[in-house]
Design a protein around this ligand. Structure first.
Ligand code: C2E
Ligand code: MG
Ligand code: MG
Length: 453
């Protein structure tokens, strides 16, 4: 009997407990903060109060930058300890009447209550970026993670909790996109932009399977004689409704969502197979994204593409931009050296537009420097651009590297380029990007059907 009463009693107690403390207020075991349900409840309550003439409020969504790297390299216990410290700093930055919640992973949110919006939210957002971004010491490790913050103002940016949270999240996304370690306020246009991006992402994920990609080949010609020395493979996306989508518009997205790996591999394999049909003296240039240097697969993929196609390594040039050398330079240099050992050449693409650190040219023996088209285009009008082009050509010559001028469109530009001693030209003047069959016809001087396959 007594046992029964106890069980009955506990059950009743438990029920009471649940009534007094709904599941939504159950705190996050790691940080002691409330979760998403309580956050939504608080926002709804606050909306009601604001509606009745009470104080204004703001929602600040906070996401850590580079947290994954901490978890991946130092393990989850260190990651967890870091999250606790972050939570402490958030609580310290907020006031007593504000609510700090953990939404999961490295995502947090704060409901800031009080008049003087949006100025108060701006001040808090700036404080969060600063405080959370300061160094942490965990287990003897000095850790640096940043914070990105997105802000939505109640009720101006939404009339219910979910809309406000979604809009703060959109602003957070923008803060990340703009370079991290900063805060952004929600603006109405963000939603449409996000929707457009999402649908592009869905389409892009399907494009590879549906064979919507194709390659165009643009001739590279020698600056003195004018003969074709090679082609650069340029990615094309034939979208069934959007039509031709420029690589400039979808490659950054492909990099972000992790699709550049498989797309880049497809480009390499397809272009090598095509180039293997060209005469022996014609080279193939393929663009590589900086993202393809992360992970250890690149050398294996290049080796395999060469082996499968039968293209000699000496005819393949890989084009990289300065961005590839920006972070983790040593790791990238070791991949580049391994590629050079295969016999592949490496070109520095779009030189002059990135960080243009001359030390990159000294750290790695590039075969070729490609002068960005923005300089070439303005050469005739701008003495500065002429001077830059001249200097880069001279630099290439003294470092033993070839130079290619990109985007040559007029005879005047060609004349100047040639006079400066540039070795190669690539531009609409000497050949627009063309389909594989036309490229083959150009160099083989025979119909593509007649080519040995
Ligand atoms: P890029 O590697 O610098 O390629 C040269 C771009 O300039 C190409 O644009 C080409 O069509 C364009 N171009 C060449 N000559 C002229 C000219 O005389 N006038 C003008 N106005 N433009 C000219 P495209 O094909 O739109 O490619 C843009 C960029 O997209 C490329 O710049 C490259 O960075 C990237 N890209 C293209 N294909 C791939 C790829 O397979 N993988 C990766 N990672 N990036 C690629
Ligand atoms: Mg290129
Ligand atoms: Mg270029």
């Amino acid at each position: 009997m007594s046992l029964h009463r106890r069980v009955h009693g506990d059950g009743w107690l438990l029920e009471l407990h649940l009534v007094a403390r709904p599941a939504s207020t159950i705190t996050d075991a790691l940080t002691g903060l409330v979760g998403r349900d309580e956050l939504r409840r608080r926002i709804s309550a606050q909306l009601g109060s604001t509606h009745r003439g009470g104080e204004g409020f703001a929602i600040l969504c906070v996401d850590l930058d580079r947290f994954k790297a901490v978890n991946d390299t130092l393990g989850h216990p260190v990651g967890d300890a870091l999250l606790k410290k972050v939570a402490d700093r958030l609580v310290k930055a907020a006031r007593q009447e504000d609510l700090v919640a953990r939404l999961g992973g490295d995502e947090f949110a704060i409901v800031q209550v009080g008049t003087g919006q949006p100025e108060a939210a701006e001040a808090l957002a700036a404080r969060l970026v600063d405080l959370v971004g300061r160094t942490y010491v965990v287990d003897g490790h000095m850790l640096n993670v940043g914070a990105s913050v997105g802000v939505a103002i109640g009720s101006a940016n939404g009339r219910d909790a979910d809309t406000l949270l979604k809009n703060a999240d959109l602003a957070l996304y923008r803060a990340k996109e703009d370079g991290r370690g900063m805060f952004r306020f929600f603006e109405p246009g963000m939603d449409a932009k996000m929707q457009a991006r999402r649908s592009l992402e869905i389409d892009l994920r399907r494009a590879l399977a549906l064979k919507e990609f194709d390659l165009a080949y643009q001739p590279q010609v020698s600056a003195d004689g004018g003969g074709v020395t090679g082609f650069e493979a340029l990615l094309r996306w034939k979208h069934p409704e959007r039509g031709m989508v420029s690589p400039v518009d979808f490659i950054p997205l492909a990099e972000e969502i992790g699709l550049i790996g498989p797309i880049g591999e497809w480009v390499l394999r397809t272009a090598c197979a095509e180039a293997a049909r060209w005469p022996d003296n014609i080279t193939l240039a393929v663009n590589l994204s900086p993202v393809q240097f992360r992970g250890a697969k690149l050398v294996t993929i290049v080796t395999s593409a060469l082996a499968h196609s039968g293209l000699p390594a000496g005819r393949l040039e890989l084009e990289i931009t300065e961005g590839a050398l920006l972070d983790n330079t040593d790791a990238v240099l070791s991949v580049l050296n391994a590629l050079r050992e295969l016999g592949v050449s490496i070109s520095m693409d779009d030189f002059g537009t990135g960080y243009s650190s001359l030390s990159y040219l000294q750290k790695f023996p590039f075969t070729k420097i490609k002068i960005d088209q923005s300089f070439v285009r303005q050469m005739e009008e701008s003495a500065d651009c002429s001077a830059i082009v001249r200097a880069v050509i001279a630099l290439g010559r003294s470092l033993g590297m070839k130079t290619t001028a990109e985007g040559v469109e007029t005879e005047g530009q060609r004349e100047r380029i040639r006079a400066e001693g540039c070795t190669e030209i690539q531009g609409y003047l000497t050949g627009k990007p063309m389909c594989a069959a036309d490229a083959a016809t150009l160099v083989c001087n025979m119909a593509p059907e007649g080519l040995a396959r």
